[in-house]
Design a protein around this ligand. Sequence first.
Ligand SMILES: Nc1ncnc2c1ncn2[C@@H]1O[C@H](COP(=O)(O)OP(=O)(O)OP(=O)(O)O)[C@@H](O)[C@H]1O
Length: 326
Amino acid sequence: MTQQAIPVEVARLSKRFGRVQAVNDLSFTAQPGRVTGFLGPNGSGKTTTLGMVLGLLRPDSGAATIGGAPYAALERPALTVGSALSASFHPAHTGRAHLDIVRRAIGVPVSRVDETLALVGLDGAADRKTGGYSLGMRQRLALAAALLGDPQVLLLDEPINGLDPEGIRWIRLFLQHLASEGKTVLLSSHLLSEVQQTVDDVVVIRRGELAFAGTLAELQHGDGERTVLVSAADRPGLAQALQRAGAQVHGVRGETMRVSGLEPDAVGEVALAAGIALSHLSVEESELEQSFLELIEGGATDRAPAQAAGGATAPTAAASMEGGAR
Ligand SMILES: Nc1ncnc2c1ncn2[C@@H]1O[C@H](COP(=O)(O)OP(=O)(O)OP(=O)(O)O)[C@@H](O)[C@H]1O
């Protein structure tokens, strides 16, 4: 069966809690077939936004839609959208029991429990109580619950938080695989470094407002210039060739040289033309982190090529996240 491509669109969404403007005129789109990172510091409005997308919170204005309809208007919401807003469970329930409760509620066959347990690699721990699960196992169980209905859209709140490197690698490959099947994957995080290997697109919010929406590459290139890290057996020869091509080169005596003023492909071409074999070529990662920090600390909102999302109507869902003590 061919699955439908379902974007998540947030259009001019606003939400205030008393004096706190948690989300302010926020617009972005999470596209099918892409993993979108929804990034911002603690308290910037990520969970509130996801709550509005899921119809758990009523927006003051604007709208969030899934394939053009508000969550509450979806015919079979749990089979369209899977969500994991928290990784906490009844500690006396086994992983299997938790999934069984969810699958009954959303009306999917019992066979999905074992299927999703296997998908997230929890089959060996299915009959253990969740109270004894590690954080990584709880994250996997939350993901399994989100996947029960085989949804086309996944909304995950901080799914990588607390995972060990093996867990991060696993979830990265897993979410990228889901996106490669055409699913829409939106995951929040307060750390760019945590998700930068996982996401294709990035939405950055700061104090409830859009600071950036675009691809990871666009975020990286935002300031124009990138630093290229390069190494070769003949570093002095490479440095000379690069300088002749107009680059600034630092760290010739070290293992890796830092090159600015030339794009990575141009650095490769200069090396080739000079007959020097490269043993390493990459873009300095910290620059991406720097772009992100500048965005969340402010003053860079004019860099935001916000994707328009329009034509939506306000959700009518019950407000079950409203008024919760924070
Ligand atoms: N139910 C609520 N009642 C009052 N204030 C709230 C409520 N929910 C969120 N807030 C406030 O709205 C702002 C945004 O919170 P939100 O949880 O959406 O941010 P976040 O980006 O998800 O942060 P975190 O990463 O810490 O979860 C914060 O100032 C928070 O204290």
